[in-house]
Write a protein that binds this ligand. Structure first.
Ligand SMILES: *Cc1c(COP(=O)(O)O)cnc(C)c1O
Length: 456
């Protein structure tokens, strides 16, 4: 048993180190197609099995060319963090320890780490200390979880118990969102049976307009209402005006949820904290660990001020479960069974310390500003957003020209930035989210960008 483990784990260890050391120079985009990887793997399930260590070798050989260097310091696509060494090493232990961390008393080690980590998170993010923290798979599920607690709470206030009666025949729940909320908010609302939200106009940076929110709230009477705000717009990095929006929403008895998948981390830095001012007055918050905090996939946090509301929405009871009077970790998330997600989060926070987290956020923002400055120096290029955080959106003239720059950049392979459409215009989007990105990575990426523009 132990020997079987050690051969396979040693191979995995060696391959992991080879992969990590290749990141410095390998092209960021993958070098093999899905078909090529499928052919290399072989599509037929063999009749007879193989030794685990050999299987690891086979897998790595077939997959390596088809891997995207997402943990590279020159990956700026989507909003993708890398993996901090403390979190990666701990993630290996999570699999070796194999704790089903849903039950509090069954896994004292994980429960202790989850308690400590939750308190650290609330402190770093400047959120109310009494809030409940659910360790979910990512911000999509944090949005779902926070909005589930909100939906049930606003219905309860008008005497409707959604847990017992469902939504059929019940009062309508109004949901108001900013025009530039993340698409996963709509997805979460679909899971929740709430349908399409009502859209409140946003300003030129994509921030929800508080005057428009107030007008929309006044139109609605006293229906149960949820307002969704955003900390960190994926195009501009902008933050909604929390203080005004929350005051207006609460005056009407609405539940306020904030999607802060990456932006909520501004709170951890004294220099960027002003961006989330007022945010702590909301009722629920969503954020990711696998973006700004650079924990491996898939980890995020669903944070709800009213712990009882979260438990009412997500709690489950079963005769065979060993229950703790304090409540269970699974009362705070959609799943029953889950891996020990708190361990890697604890490790990265313990490794960085408070000043290290602040410094990480500040470094990502500094790199984003350096990108903006570099791009503004390229002829025909324009940075479209106020670069307040980690996101940069630029055009290179016409849509056709911008799309060609995106295509050439990918073909060059030095760096990965994604194309998108923002305010009806083709853009190049840069998201700085990786702890390992250096000034040199930024300069190499800007060189690649200048090369892609040359001769267009
Ligand atoms: C990434 C992101 C999400 C979705 O998060 P996942 O971790 O991919 O589930 C939601 N909202 C915003 C603002 C995001 O950036």
């Amino acid at each position: 048993m132990v020997d079987q483990h050690s051969a396979a784990l040693e191979r995995a260890h060696r391959h992991a180190l080879d992969w990590l050391s290749s990141l410095k120079d390998r092209p960021v985009p993958p070098q093999a197609s899905i078909d090529q990887v499928t052919r290399a793997l072989g599509a037929t399930l063999p009749e007879v099995g193989s030794d685990p260590a050999e299987v690891i070798d086979l897998l790595v050989e077939a997959c390596d060319p088809g891997l995207t260097a997402m943990p590279s310091g020159r990956f700026f696509g989507f909003v993708i963090g890398g993996t901090h060494p403390a979190a990666l090493a701990t993630d290996w232990l999570v699999s070796a320890w194999d704790q089903n961390s849903g039950l509090r008393r069954l896994t004292p080690a994980h429960s202790a780490v989850e308690d400590v980590t939750s308190a650290w998170l609330l402190d770093l993010l400047g959120l109310p200390a009494e809030s409940a923290v659910g360790f979910v798979t990512g911000a999509t599920m944090s949005n779902f979880t926070g909005l589930a607690a909100g939906r049930d709470a606003v219905l309860r206030r008008v005497g409707w118990d959604a847990a017992e009666r469902g939504l059929n025949g019940g009062p309508r729940v109004r949901v108001l969102v900013g025009a530039e909320r993340h698409d996963t908010v709509d997805l979460a609302l679909r899971y929740l049976g709430l349908g399409l939200p009502e859209v409140v106009p946003a300003d030129d940076q994509g921030r929800l307009r508080p005057d428009a929110l107030e007008a929309a709230l006044c139109d609605g009477g006293d229906e149960p209402t949820i307002v969704v705000l955003q900390a960190g717009n994926v195009h501009s990095g902008a933050f909604d005006p929390f203080a005004d929006a929350i005051t207006a929403a609460h005056a009407r008895g609405a539940w306020v949820h904030i999607d802060g998948a990456f932006g909520l981390w501004a709170a951890a830095s004294p220099s960027y904290r002003h961006l989330v001012l007022g945010c702590q007055e909301a009722d629920s918050w969503a954020t990711d660990a696998h973006k700004t905090l650079n924990v491996p996939y898939d980890t995020g946090f669903a944070i709800v001020r009213d712990a009882a509301a979260l438990r009412a929405a997500m709690g489950v009871r079963g005769a065979y479960l060993i229950l703790d009077e304090q409540g269970e970790p699974f009362d705070k998330v959609p799943e029953l069974s889950r891996r020990g997600r708190a361990f890697p989060v604890w490790a990265v926070l313990r490794s960085l310390g408070r000043s290290g987290v602040a410094e990480l956020v500040e470094r990502l923002c500094r790199h984003a500003s350096a990108f903006a400055e570099g791009i503004n120096g390229i002829e025909g290029a324009t940075v479209l957003n106020d670069v307040v955080f980690t996101q940069v959106c630029a055009t290179f003239g016409s849509d056709k020209r911008t799309e060609e720059v995106v295509r050439r950049l990918l073909a060059d392979g030095t760096t990965w930035m994604t194309g998108s459409i923002w305010h009806g215009q083709s853009v190049l989007r840069i998201s700085v989210s990786n702890w390992s990105t250096t000034e040199n990575d930024v300069q190499r990426s800007l060189d690649a960008l200048r090369k892609a523009v040359t001769g267009l």
